[in-house]
Design a protein around this ligand. Structure first.
Ligand code: FAD
Length: 427
């Protein structure tokens, strides 16, 4: 069982395996899932003096955490407006602050643990392919203290040489990372503090015995006071109550061969770029002259046969001058989405905790969730209850997946229609 063929894994080279779980162990906390939600929880619980075992069915960071776009920014998968509509503005502001703290946590760990070559760049351009500039100007005015800058069409096109963008907002606070390096840095610190991480160790069943939980793997049992489920879209069997509330959504990424000269002409920034369509592209230049590009969502879990060609076409549709790029890596990953597009964070029953469903905005929110759950377990801190407005509810199984796919196609249709209208309007 190895890492998927991502650019990130290739760039690091051989990553030593951790042994599988092979005997009964007793600990305070058993974390299931070695992605960022699981590892952050484990690290924070350890720092609070509890003993920890992490069970990972593949390799640490094998799931979305080791193969994402790497953009770390505040916020959630759900929009700030929709969150405020549900919770009211005061609570929404507190939730937003937690999401900012999550992004800061990532930066702090990288610095404190000296995780080498993990930070890859600073700032994000939110580009807009159609739509009204007034709203963007208003946002730049409101967020002046955060250094947010509005770029009109001419200014945007000086930086991003494509006719696709109408205007953009530059947000300097965000940054981007090599996510697998970050994952491995957290795992190293967990082990340094005495936590145990087992790879190739799928949690197959959970049972309650007296006051303890037993997590069964092929190698034996982990007996713990508390268990934390962080399996995201890669497990649907352990706790049906949670998995029924989540839909697995696939998304895709590619990396090109080095092509500095062509990129110097087309993308004149090392900041992250994403477009604000309902299902948009995101990309960034890598330090060694490559382009990393991601986008599209589907509800199919298998890899499309023509994935590389699809992503190359996406690049060429924005930057025709890059149509001859050579692709070296293309991969897919699964995100877990609840129907409300907010994470599921909290206590499912006595001694069972969950931190999952971070969607496409997980780098900051997994950090936030890990801290909240660790605080709840070790210090009885009830801050996690802030997420009680976003409870699990049935996501519709296969019918939900069909509905999501139809919504995505409809969103793409609307994006293209709006873009055509904007192009006609602008001449
Ligand atoms: C292609 C892609 C691009 C993305 N880009 C960004 C981005 O730029 N910025 C951003 O903020 N977010 C991004 N995201 C989202 C972000 O990566 C995720 O929200 C986040 O990594 C989820 O972390 P996690 O720990 O919940 O899940 P995962 O990282 O998926 O980890 C779950 C782990 O659980 C393990 N597991 C499952 N079942 C079991 C079991 N029974 N026993 C033991 N282990 C088990 C799996 O093997 C897996 O390693 C992206 C996601 C994808 C897929």
């Amino acid at each position: 069982m190895d890492y998927p063929g991502t650019y990130y894994a290739a760039e690091i080279g051989a990553i030593p395996r951790k042994s599988p779980h092979s005997q009964d162990i007793t600990c305070d906390v058993c974390v299931v899932g070695g992605g960022l939600a699981g590892l952050t929880t484990a690290l924070e619980v350890l720092r609070k003096g509890k003993s920890v075992v992490v069970l990972e069915s593949h390799r640490v960071g094998w799931g979305a955490s080791g193969r994402n776009g790497g953009s770390v920014s505040e916020g959630f998968a759900e929009s700030a407006e929709n969150i405020a509509r549900k919770t009211g503005p005061q609570k929404a502001a507190l939730l937003h602050q937690l999401s900012r703290d999550g992004a800061q946590y990532v930066r702090d760990q990288i610095e404190a643990l000296k995780i080498e070559a993990a930070i890859e760049g600073q700032g994000v351009y939110g580009t807009v392919r159609h739509g009204n500039t007034d709203a963007a100007k208003r946002q730049a005015d409101n967020d002046q203290d955060l250094g947010v800058v509005f770029h009109d069409r001419t200014a945007t096109r000086k930086i991003l040489a494509t006719k696709k963008y109408h205007h953009s907002l530059y947000i300097p606070d965000s940054f981007h990372i090599q996510p697998l390096r970050y994952v491995l840095g957290l795992a190293k610190e967990i082990e340094r503090l005495g936590g145990q991480i087992f790879e190739a160790s799928k949690a197959e069943r959970l049972t309650k015995r007296n006051n303890h939980w037993c997590v069964l793997t092929k190698g034996g049992e982990v007996i713990a006071q508390d268990i934390v489920l962080c399996t995201s879209a890669y497990d649907f069997d352990l706790m049906p109550k949670i998995s029924r509330a989540m839909l697995p959504i696939a998304t895709y990424v590619m990396a090109s061969a080095p092509m500095d000269d062509a990129l110097d002409e087309a993308i004149k920034t090392t900041s992250f770029v994403s477009d604000t369509r309902r299902a948009g592209d995101y990309y960034r230049r890598l330090k060694n002259g490559r382009l990393l590009w991601g986008g599209r969502i589907t509800t199919r879990k298998s890899r499309p046969v023509k994935l590389a060609g699809m992503l190359r076409d996406d690049v060429a549709s924005v930057y025709p001058q890059l149509k001859n790029l050579k692709l070296t890596h293309a991969w897919e990953g699964l995100m877990g989405y609840a129907t409300h597009k907010m994470p599921l964070i909290g206590r499912v029953e006595d001694g069972v905790w969950v931190a999952t469903a971070f969607g496409g905005h997980g780098l900051n929110t997994t950090a936030m969730a890990g801290c909240l759950i660790a605080g709840a377990i070790a210090d009885q801190d009830e801050k996690y209850r802030m997420f009680e407005d976003f409870r699990p509810s049935w996501a519709g199984g296969i019918f939900g997946r069909i509905a999501v796919q139809l919504t995505y196609w409809f969103m793409r249709y609307r994006d293209r229609r709006d873009e055509r209208a904007a192009a006609q309007r602008d001449g």
